[in-house]
Design a protein around this ligand. Structure first.
Ligand SMILES: *Cc1c(COP(=O)(O)O)cnc(C)c1O
Length: 344
């Protein structure tokens, strides 16, 4: 299946907006082409619409070409673009594992695209046969989140590739939590899988949720279509400057990831023996999914004490479950001390 057969006709035929900063590239002494103010440099100028400096640095880190990278306002923008580029509203559908990240369905609803949920197995594994059976000629994309939110587990790369080999549409693998997993990234297989899109984000391990930067990695063909559809200056200059700086501090981020992995292990060991904890699910992420005897009660009890966790009690396959982010050692101790008071 060729990419262009998966793209909506109006998008394929689109004449994209050509901004001043695209038409003229190079060094100039006098810039009078974009109706900007000449004052308050450098913020008076429109930013680089393709964020080349950031992409070159990222390409270096991730081992790929800058043309294989799309930058969005959070992963949210990348998720929305999958629908806007590939799915005809009211006609096409997508398939997704269930439970998984809520934004896939919200964006499907906003774009009027049918969202087909395929349950994970009882131990949160992929049901490959069911995923493939759920597809039809109008299935343009499939969502796999690995490590998965809220279940916390990562899937094997071979299983994900097996799905790709049997499905003719766009396979999106959301790796927001990849830094916390030992199972590896699908980025290593990007070059042999032209219908694959891998999502990463600055919001988790990179510690920069506030700046809103998401990344999509894919074939140059897919990335150039994303670039045609996005708002011309989606990533502002403040963000581009911040990210260039942040990417210099990889050693710091790696140390934080290591600290969080140690803290996850400790938290897991402290949660498991609590009398109301039925199961702490194995995690490849920076959070733990915990099955309890009374998720609603514990959730409310913790709120009264100023500790907020995520109640997943009403999410499919997550009956009784709370999702707990791994914090600093102090924060984790605070949580555990409070939980020891529950039911007393
Ligand atoms: C947190 C999270 C993201 C990050 O989204 P941003 O818009 O980049 O902040 C993406 N996917 C999943 C599954 C997440 O849990």
């Amino acid at each position: 299946m060729e990419i262009k057969n998966l793209v909506r006709k109006n998008i394929l035929n689109l004449q994209p907006y050509s901004c001043a900063r695209n038409e003229f590239k190079g060094e100039a002494r006098v810039l009078l082409d974009a109706n900007e103010s000449p004052y308050n440099s450098p913020y008076n100028r429109y930013p680089d619409p393709l964020q080349i400096a950031v992409k070159e640095k990222l390409a270096n880190i991730k081992g790929m070409k800058p043309e294989q990278i799309f930058l969005g306002v959070g992963s949210d923008e990348c998720i929305d673009l999958v629908y806007r580029v590939f799915c005809v509203p009211g006609v096409d559908n997508v398939v997704a594992i269930d439970p998984s990240y809520g934004m896939y369905e919200v964006c499907a609803d906003i774009n009027d695209v049918e969202y087909r949920r395929v349950p994970l197995t009882d131990d949160f594994g992929l049901d490959i046969e069911a995923l493939i059976s759920a597809t039809d000629a109008h299935t343009k994309a499939m969502w796999i989140c690995s490590p998965n939110n809220p279940t916390g587990n990562a899937f094997s790369l071979d299983e994900i590739e097996a799905i790709y080999r049997r499905f003719n549409g766009i396979l999106v693998v959301d790796e927001a939590y990849i830094h916390f997993s030992a199972k590896g990234s699908m980025l290593s297989r990007l070059n042999k899988m032209p219908r694959l899109i891998v999502l990463h984000t600055l919001s988790k391990a990179w510690g920069s949720a506030a700046v809103r930067l998401g990344m999509a990695f894919a074939s140059t063909e897919i990335i150039s279509i994303f670039n045609n559809v996005k708002y011309p200056y989606n990533i502002n200059l403040l963000t581009q400057q911040y990210v260039l700086n942040r990417l210099e501090r990889r050693a710091e981020v790696e140390a934080q990831v290591k600290a969080l992995l140690d803290a996850r292990k400790k938290l897991e060991a402290e949660l498991a023996p609590l009398p109301f904890v039925l199961k702490v699910f194995p995690s490849d992420a920076n959070f733990l999914l915990v099955r309890t005897t009374d998720a609603d009660g514990i959730y409310r009890f913790l709120i009264e004490r100023g500790v907020i966790v995520r109640n997943r009690n009403r999410v499919s396959k997550c009956l009784g479950c709370l999702r707990i982010t791994v914090g600093t050692p102090d924060e984790n101790n605070d949580l555990i001390e409070n939980l020891k008071e529950y039911g007393k």
